[in-house]
Design a protein around this ligand. Structure first.
Ligand code: ATP
Ligand code: TPS
Ligand code: MG
Length: 338
């Protein structure tokens, strides 16, 4: 795996020794942002839904999105990989190729990692970044009168997940390859998607390999964002985190949160008709997880960075999220534990 990782000017010692050495004294000088996030087979992905490359992309993306959500520019990733003994080396190599691809998109490199064996696949990323401005954009800085804004894509990963879960989009095994079985479901491990509907395929692709808007995090920080979070657990749940941390109400405008045609199309493909299709698609926008879009608050005087659009306002009140003039009382998003 190690020879797959490219060098970088700030990576004085890369993968292969006891630890990596970083020299952040050049263009990456400044306060360091650090975070970690794990993908667990069965809990966060299935091998029948996601290729190894998808998993590499996803672990890098979910970590870099957290760096971006602080107003940081991600530059370095460490990766620990645990797999059952029967997982072929090719899986690990393909996962590494996914890491490299997403690192390239983010302007980052893999600095090192660890491998071990266990009963299911677990991939843990640890990302480092440098703050774009000296100050991190916390969850706690929103204040009354701010504009609430989000980058594109809310609900798309949730829709893709539903299409996989409901079996509308199935994995297939490329001819000639050995049939690997998913240890959880017993399904053939994913090869090419069997479908032919580009809208549904794109939603599933975005679920399998998210595309967080990293530079939008830096742009938000430079523009003076007061609070920011990446929407990994659903728009309302993550908005609630800002609301609670900041002690404010995030009052969201449902007209700005209408599901787009792609989500309505997916809801119909899942067998929902009429008003029910709209409800299902709206629910993805409000509560679907794993989009890794950026949700931020800006003072009203700020011109929003191009990647953001306004979806509400911050006002005083019992901390929480309102949608359409009343407190949101539904589930709001994903929980690992109830
Ligand atoms: N085991 C732990 N030990 C120390 N701190 C933790 C632990 N787990 C979570 N935290 C901290 O709690 C906070 C919230 O963690 P969480 O993983 O929910 O972050 P998140 O940004 O919501 O994640 P994601 O973007 O992946 O959904 C983070 O600051 C994190 O560092
Ligand atoms: C097999 C399987 N089961 C469930 C899900 C859905 N899922 C897992 S984690 C998560 C939220 C983000 O988590 P985190 O906060 O850890 O980033 C969601 C919506 C999935 N993708 N695969
Ligand atoms: Mg986050």
């Amino acid at each position: 795996m190690i020879d797959r990782y490219p060098p970088a000017p700030w990576l004085t010692v890369g993968p292969g020794d006891d630890a990596a050495v970083l020299d952040l004294s050049g263009s990456l000088a400044g306060p360091v942002v650090a975070c970690t996030d794990t993908l667990v087979e069965g809990q966060d992905f299935l091998r029948s839904w996601s290729t190894a490359r998808d998993i590499g992309i996803k672990v890098a993306a979910q970590n870099f999105a957290d760096v971006a959500a602080m107003g940081g520019r991600p530059h370095t990733l460490l990766v620990s990989l645990t797999t059952p003994a029967d997982v072929p080396a090719s899986w690990a190599n393909e996962m590494a190729d996914g890491l490299v691809a997403e690192c390239a998109r983010a302007g980052a490199v893999v600095a090192g990692g660890d491998v071990s064996a266990g009963s299911e696949i677990v991939v843990t990323g640890t990302a480092l970044g440098t703050l774009a401005v000296g100050r991190a954009v916390l969850r706690s800085g929103a204040s009354t009168g701010d504009v609430v804004a989000v980058t594109a894509g809310s609900g798309r990963s949730g829709a893709g997940w539903a299409l996989l879960r409901e079996g509308v989009v199935k994995g297939g095994v490329p001819s000639g390859d050995p049939v690997l079985r998913d240890p959880v479901l017993g399904d053939p491990v994913l090869g090419d998607l069997v479908l032919g509907d580009p809208v549904l395929e794109t939603l599933v692709a975005e679920h399998r390999a998210p595309v967080p808007p990293y530079s939008a995090g830096v742009e938000a920080a430079l523009a003076g964002a007061t609070a920011m979070i990446d929407t990994s657990d659903g728009l309302v749940r993550d908005a609630t985190r800002i609301a609670v941390s900041s002690g404010v109400v995030l009052d969201l405008d449902p007209a700005a949160l209408n599901p787009g045609d792609d989500l309505l199309h997916a809801a119909k493909a899942l067998g929902h008709g009429g008003a029910s299709a709209t409800d299902v698609a709206q629910d993805w926008v409000l509560t679907g997880g794993e989009d890794h879009a950026l949700l931020a608050c800006f003072p009203p005087s700020v011109t929003l960075p191009a990647a953001f659009r306004a979806i509400g306002v911050v006002r005083e009140g019992e901390p929480g999220v309102w949608v359409g003039g009343r407190p949101f009382t539904g589930e709001g998003g994903w929980r690992h534990w109830t």
